[in-house]
Design a protein around this ligand. Sequence first.
Ligand code: NAD
Ligand code: DAU
Length: 348
Amino acid sequence: MKILITGGAGFIGSHVVRLFVTKYPNYQIFNLDKLTYAGNLQNLTDIEDAPNYTFIKGDITDQEYINGLFQEHQFDAVMHLAAESHVDRSITDPMAFVRTNVNGTCNLLHAAKELWKSDFTDKVFYHISTDEVYGSLGEEGMFTEETKYDPRSPYSASKASSDHFVRAYYHTYGLPVKVSNCSNNYGPNHFPEKLIPLALNNIKNNKPVPVYGKGENIRDWLYVIDHARAIDDVFHKGKEGDTYNIGGVNEWRNIDLIHLLCDIMDQKLDREPGTSRKLITFVTDRAGHDLRYAIDSSKIMNELGWKPSVTFEEGLEKTVDWYLQNEEWLQNVTSGSYQEYYNEQYAR
Ligand code: NAD
Ligand code: DAU
């Protein structure tokens, strides 16, 4: 089977590519990635020479190129992860999110339909999406697969739009699609513009740790390798046309999570207890900041037998160790345009 994985040089995509290349030697895995600021082939050096792996540098927003690529390689399946993924960037540059997340997804859907239209048997178009499409929760309740869409940031609106297009291709053309909506991931290869890696990097370098607003917003954190395992399950066992919610059953208020990270780093770096907490700096809140996300994962657990393999303590331990041991990776990704962006944002 020839599988096209988009966005495989990014955070989650790199773990999915590694899992599929190593677990399924009979599959041919093609990783299509534009290598934006968020794409990094250093994430995949351990598998780059595998005989069943091919990297293709390319842009999903280029419709003609995408059509040609599908005709050339005759893919049997698509796992679509390429996206602009950072909410703060969507506030400063929403059009980039429309181009990649909406137009890019539509280009892939169109190319898959055209290639497979004479016979959809055994084909899969699997779209990887986010819990943010459901909007923001109050203190109670959880997102289920039936929760009404209510996206509130340009990022979540672009992902919601792409989800709708995927389902429209299922209902209109019969394209064999699957969708999953996942909560916040954390783990190795996470770009340090996102909360956990940003905090770890700043604590390590004795820089301020920015907490938006009062730090009362709540996120449900899942170890990235458990998300990759869930993607494997949905790809192989998920029902055509269905949606699966994936979450960690692991809600944390941002400020409590930051305190925990500071305390772990104090221990790891042999600092006096309480030293890193002094770096916490409350900054202007994110515009339209969603208060709380929480995912009800009972469908994927009951129907596909998936459950997280590590506790939050274990996952964080692995994550902190990875960031402390991968100084060169951090230095590479924190140079250049990201640094400029971060300085601009943090100056708010
Ligand atoms: P990421 O930003 O780390 O990686 C995105 C990848 O897509 C990068 O490698 C980038 O180079 C590539 N890309 C961007 N634009 C492209 C284009 N036009 N053409 C080809 N490649 C392009 O993102 P991530 O955090 O790994 O997220 C992957 C997917 O999972 C996204 O669709 C995201 O919406 C979804 N998701 C993420 C999370 C999370 O917590 N990070 C949670 C749920 C869902
Ligand atoms: O829920 C899934 C989503 O999780 C994914 O779809 C997105 O791609 C991913 O980026 C993530 O979105 P969030 O906005 O929740 O993640 P982020 O790490 O940017 O922020 C987590 C929380 O921390 C959020 O409430 C904002 C807050 N925050 C973030 C940063 C970067 C801070 O307080 N300070 C910061 O410096």
